[in-house]
Design a protein around this ligand. Structure first.
Ligand SMILES: O=C/C=C/C(C(=O)O)=C(/O)C(=O)O
Ligand SMILES: [Fe+2]
Length: 302
């Protein structure tokens, strides 16, 4: 079974490359590290990049995870292929575009594009934010799943993730001590639902809340506190309907807790998403299931 070392990057196809870069630097607070006519690379920590906007919406979304070595990557590719999963081995040009030595690509059962990489470029320079949003690291993605049980089995059985908690059918999955690095939210369509950056403290969340509103940014959820990980959070919309999340204070499991933790089942109700009572303007957090209409008490904020 795979041992995913860490989440590494997310690739977001967009027809609005300039607007995406403008939003990511001036509003979100990322550093632009490289840019060409086809793609822009940005980061919120000391790694080479965490987000790559790729020209052309047709490029879709992809999430990259680092493996500890190229030999582990090869082993996983073989295991996946033996399990009947189609695996694409990255060509030199694709590896170069991702700033990695080796990569493979496949899709989860919903069709989310997953990339596993080995020997990603390290960076010799510190993250230097364009706006002091208090970002400390790129931390997780929320992904849409069209079949939560099947995708959860894929992530846990094929990719070695562990369930930390569920809200309804949505699984929050960890690959290390952090409560989750992947979350799978039931939806009629696949894709990246939100991109999370950790911030240093709750002051960063509250000052960003004022800043974002002043800038006319559509707030998606929060400020609030997740019942699951205990993180304080703020979600907001960027170009192409992509949702970004700042959060701080996510639960970190000790090795003993990681070993002994029994996933908790939270009901699919507002208090499971936010202990403070904030109401989400996010489809996957509102509807009781992918097929049913939103409940009236989940009315949008603002
Ligand atoms: O309530 C839904 C989301 C929960 C959390 C959390 O517990 O921190 C997330 O960050 C997430 O899944 O996006
Ligand atoms: Fe999140």
């Amino acid at each position: 079974m795979t041992d995913l070392h860490d989440i590494r990057y997310v690739r977001v196809g967009t027809e609005r490359l300039d607007e995406s870069v403008e939003f990511a630097t001036r509003i979100l607070g990322l550093e632009l590290v490289a840019r060409d006519s086809h793609a822009a690379y940005l980061r919120g920590d000391d790694r080479d990049h965490n987000v790559c906007y790729v020209k052309g919406e047709g490029s879709g979304h992809a999430v990259g995870f680092e493996m500890k070595s190229s030999s582990l990557l090869d082993r996983v590719a073989t295991e996946l292929q033996n399990a009947g999963i189609a695996v694409h081995h990255g060509r030199a040009e694709e590896c170069e575009q991702r700033r990695v030595r080796d990569m493979i690509r496949f899709t989860d059962p919903s069709g989310n594009r997953i990339e596993l990489v080995a020997r990603p470029d390290a960076s010799g320079t510190r993250y230097f934010p364009s706006r002091d949003a208090g970002i400390t690291s790129f931390s997780h993605v929320g992904m849409r799943t069209t079949d939560a049980a099947t995708d959860e089995a894929f992530w846990t059985q094929r990719l070695g993730a562990r369930v930390s908690d569920w809200i309804g059918d949505a699984a929050l999955l960890r690959i290390d001590g952090v409560h989750h690095k992947i979350a799978l939210f039931p939806s009629p369509v696949p894709g990246v639902q939100h991109i999370n950056f950790q911030v240093a403290e709750v002051d960063d969340i509250m000052s960003s809340w004022y800043f974002l509103r002043e800038q006319g940014v559509r707030i998606a959820f929060g400020p609030g506190r997740h019942a699951t990980s205990g993180a304080r959070f703020l979600y907001f919309y960027g170009p192409d309907g992509m949702i970004y999340e700042y959060s701080c204070g996510v639960r970190i499991f000790t090795p003993e807790e990681d070993r002994d933790h029994v996933p908790r089942q939270f009901p699919r109700e507002p208090r499971s998403y936010c202990m403070w009572g904030s109401k989400p303007d996010i489809a996957e957090f509102k509807a009781p299931s992918a097929c049913e209409a939103p409940q009236p008490q989940f009315a949008n904020v603002g």
